[in-house]
Design a protein. Sequence first.
Length: 597
Amino acid sequence: SGLFILPAIAFVKTGPALFLSYILASFLAVPTVLSKAELVTAMPKAGGDYFYISRSMGSVAGVIGGLSSWFSLGLKGAFALIGMAAYVELVLPIPIKPLALSFCFLFIILNFLGIKEAAKWQVTMVLGLFAALLFYVSFGFPSIHIEKYVPFAPFGLGSIFATAGLVFISYGGLVKVASIAEEIKNPGRNIPLGMILSLIIVGIFYGLVVFVTAGLLPADLLPADQLKLSLTPISDAAKVFSGGAGVTIMAVAALLAFATTANASIMSSSRYPLAMSRDRLLPAFFERINAKFKTPHYAIFFTGAVMSLAIWFLKLEFLVKIASALLILLYILANVAVIIMRESKIQSYRPKFRSPLYPGIQIAGILGCGFLLVEMGGLVLSFSALFIAAGLVWYLIYARAKVERRSALMHVIQRITAKEIAGTTLQSELKEILIERDEIIEDRFDHLIKNCEILDIDYTISAEEIFRKVVDTLSQRIGIDEKTLFDLFMERERQTSTVIAPGLAIPHVIVKGVQKFDILLVRCKEGIIFPDIPQPVHTMFVLVGSPDERNFYLRALAAIAQIAQDKDFDKNWLKARNIEELRDIILLAERRRIGVI
């Protein structure tokens, strides 16, 4: 939507080289697109930026990221409403700000009532927008005047970088698919593909449309100051080559773009205070859902109030700069989040898509976005610092005492300090996300693993010694005395070694009784020494069952075989930091599950 109003504002800062600012902004968005694609395929949960940032960096960053997402979307919606009013003013002589406030009130009511566009209409409108822009570029290109591109960059190369920050908000919608990740089929493929293709297509269209516009508009509509600045540059340019028909086509396209952006901004941004309230980072009333319309009415009304204040009190250029600055801050946090999640080495962090060129591409994204913020000027930098400070103050006075969640950053610190400080909250949450993402239906084997005993030995031990530890644990669980169970294991080893592969043993015995079956897992980093076996054993799956459990015993063996055949199993098993990570390796393994519990 920013394409229909921003070019004239940005042209004042850059000149005909403006299209390079759009292209530069698209290149600087690449690292974040890749980073967010990784994060969302690892954690396909509603909540978008806030969810990933809070889980990776903790509640302090969650507050800053959540507020940044909330206000950047809200300000983008306010900007869209001003643009919508500017185009309506072409036919109705009503002042822009009162008209924009009226539209804001209308969309607040629509969102409160729960009225949303159907997906098919959204797709239809997007296709219509692309058709209108294709018409604009195709018919406008032959009519451009080359002399309008001279001087090409009258304000210097620095202005191109500074303006890239101003127009960065135009690329904000490319990664908002993350907020509805739970609803997307095959997210591991479709989300990265959709984000990357969107960036390429949108970047090309933005560059072409802005290039054509600079070569078409009369000088009095792209002045050296903002006194006569046009807020409808695309329609004005369309008039040059197609008269009134072109103005109408592009005005309708602009209204569609602004309407969908404004509505989506209210709808999406109001979900951030809802999510933050559920995590106890904002007051509880934000999570209240209207009993009749099933919408977060307090969050919607508060978001609408923020948008209304922005429309009335902020100058358009400053509004756009602040929205872009908050978006850039979010992009920086997304790249940092990937680095922290990777370096945390959490077993249950398993993205379906991994960003290439890690960590270079993330570092480039952080530095590039930081450079844009600096180039946008001292006022924007001051506001960004003030915004972060306000988020920190809010966390200290309100949220700090209310939250207990541990982040991936704690796991990184734990790795560096070798201290157990991270906790298991994030691991458990990521595990549940993986189970939901991969549609894992728990079977009897999973149920046994969730409740089984795990022995984690950190020194070299003989087979006889480990079996004494095994029977000490299993005898009470299975209802067999220790000596009998120990003799069964030792006799089984004398008959045939249960070491079936280098580093892997599956001791299994049959005991008297009915409906008896249990599993015990053993990890020995230094190795278990079995007689006549040259290599030490690091992994044991111990199975004990009664004769009537023979069929399940075979199924358990099949499950173990599938798990152990994974090329990364041995590496992950030895790297696991605690018993719960060992358990998760088995529970989250890819295998064929038979039946449910």
